[in-house]
Design a protein around this ligand. Sequence first.
Ligand code: GDP
Ligand code: MG
Length: 162
Amino acid sequence: MLPVVALVGRPNVGKSTLFNVLTRSRDALVADMPGVTRDRHYGVCRSGERPFVVVDTGGLSGVEDALDVLTARQVRLAIDEAQIIVFVVDARDGLLPQDHVILGELRRSGKPIIAAVNKTDGLDLATAMAEFSVFGIHATLPLSAAHNRGTDDLIATVLPLL
Ligand code: GDP
Ligand code: MG
């Protein structure tokens, strides 16, 4: 069995885009509509020294009033099946209350968490990252999944933890 890395985060932060880059596939659905990925997608990342399974935990129906419940379910599934959790946040949105809720639950799992601060393209990196340095988790890395920047660093940070 290959080790499993789960991508977790609010809708629309770029999880499916990151999944596509890591697995070099177009299996994960990327769209402007939040919550469009309805089920989890599995792929294998072979870009580093060792392969690992990547899970895009989308799993959100897009039904507004059920969003919190569905996000919580997504987080629990990721915690159950992953060795490492990549917590994806959006540099343009900044740190939102729902991020804190998700992170709180992830932390309780005791599993290693790497924060990937996505959509940093076009932003001043130091300014963009400053807000997220409060996380106090294993690592907080800048990312631009859409431009394939920061993914090598992410893989290099994940591999020693597997
Ligand atoms: P998910 O809901 O977390 O799976 O997010 P998606 O991967 O579907 O992406 C949501 C939107 O953000 C899409 O319009 C993407 O094109 C856009 N997006 C994803 N990554 C980046 C990025 O690195 N930079 C920018 N500017 N946009 C991005
Ligand atoms: Mg998605």
